[in-house]
Design a protein around this ligand. Structure first.
Ligand SMILES: Cc1ncc(COP(=O)(O)O)c(C=O)c1O
Length: 392
């Protein structure tokens, strides 16, 4: 996001034309025939499951994913079946997904978590074993990583401020199937109401706050506010005991979001190139650090997040913070242990359960410069060498 994006506040065309323009730009970027916009990634996922219209009740999905994904499955009237991660990866194990699917399965969510593409061979084996199960690509993180978005009936994307590309709020679906695109539009129209003036004013205020908060000199202050708990309303997006959706989950994308999204389509290539450069720096600088497990170095990963693992994550984060570097958390929960999902089927050995306490998210967003990444890596190495992390 840039300050020039404030121009998106001024309407150029009616909202429905802006949304249609954004959809065309996104479809072109994806290299697909159709794109249909939604208010959130999770409502895009619900739209796909609605449009599928398959009465079989189960949807196979990764155990290690964002908690809003099983919420979306439930809100679409389906039941999640969780599948463990693959050894050495954050992505779902396809051999277990093959076991998890059966006569009750309508769809599988193939997720390129953190921008690491789904394994195409594993997915091909799944398709052979279960030709009647719809493959839906969850590209909320991955976008076009490894071209996986085209490997299924439809794909959905998250477009909030933390995603690869943003319309500040928003979600998107893409498909090459004209009939399915039509069904998606009908499914969307059945649930959505238009975004009124008050909603657009709230979006405009949020956009202004985001642009100010993420300007470099202010970014440290944002982290301090977050530590003081003042941003909980924005950063704590789930309650482990509840299956819920935001109040405006079905309020249609408005003109402001669509104009920002259209502008961002033109920046997508440079955004991903930047993230790959920053990821390479972390790989180089942290390569000889046996305490850390670095993410796979996949040439087609789009690096929505650069997530490292260590058995001493809490100590390491605290030691880095003491040196002025705040490292992030990401998917630091085990969904199948949450009360609403305890009775849901789970396939695997619970490798997914060990990840939440091990993961650390290193920043790769557009305002991280190459020098910042080197400094962050240096601080991590120093912190690992220090007594506090070694635990003497
Ligand atoms: C893997 C994954 N899928 C789907 C979603 C849903 O996207 P949204 O937050 O836009 O609803 C998210 C959200 O972060 C996600 O991480």
């Amino acid at each position: 996001m840039r300050l020039s994006d404030l121009a998106s506040l001024w309407p150029a065309r009616p909202a429905d034309e802006e949304v249609a323009r954004f959809e065309r730009a996104f479809a072109k970027l994806a290299g697909q025939a159709h794109a249909v916009a939604f208010p959130y990634g999770r409502t895009a996922q619900i739209g796909i499951l609605d449009a599928l219209g398959d009465p079989r009740p189960q949807v196979v999905c990764p155990a290690y994913t964002c908690v809003v994904v099983p919420h979306g499955i439930v809100k679409a009237g389906k039941q999640p079946v969780f599948v463990d991660v693959c050894e050495g990866s954050f992505n779902m194990d396809w051999n277990l997904a093959i076991e998890a699917a059966g006569p009750k399965t309508s769809a599988v969510l193939a997720t390129s978590i953190f921008g690491q593409p789904v394994d195409p061979d594993g997915l091909a084996a799944f398709r052979t074993a279960h030709p009647g199960v719809a493959v839906i690509q969850d590209c909320a993180h991955g976008f076009f990583a490894g071209n996986m978005h085209r490997n299924g009936l439809a794909a959905f994307y998250g477009l909030n401020i933390s995603k690869l590309m943003t319309s500040v709020f928003g979600g998107m679906t893409t498909t090459d199937d004209a009939d399915f695109a039509e069904r998606l539009r009908r499914a969307r129209d059945l649930r959505e109401e238009p975004s009124g003036l008050a909603h657009q004013v709230r979006r405009a205020l949020y956009l202004m706050a985001v642009l100010v908060a993420f300007t470099r000199p202010v970014y440290g202050a944002v982290n301090r506010l977050e530590r003081a708990g003042l941003l909980n309303r924005f950063v704590e997006y789930y309650d482990p005991a509840l299956i819920d959706l935001p109040d405006d989950a079905f309020t249609a994308m408005g003109g402001i979001e669509a104009r920002i999204g259209s502008r961002q389509c033109g920046r997508y290539a440079s955004i991903v190139a930047h993230r790959r450069r920053i990821a390479e720096i972390y790989h180089e600088e942290l390569a000889d650090t046996p305490e850390l497990v670095l993410p796979p170095r996949h040439p087609e990963a789009t690096i929505s997040h650069f997530v490292i693992r260590t058995s001493r994550a809490e100590d390491l984060k605290a030691a880095c913070l003491a040196r002025g570097v705040q490292l992030g958390e990401l998917i630091d929960y085990e969904i199948p242990d949450m009360p609403p999902y305890r009775d849901a089927p789970y396939y695997g050995q619970r490798r997914s359960r060990s990840l939440p306490e091990q993961v650390i998210n290193l920043p790769v967003h557009p305002s991280v410069r190459e020098g910042d990444a080197r400094r962050i890596a240096l601080v991590i190495r120093e912190a690992l060498d220090s007594r506090s992390v070694i635990g003497h």
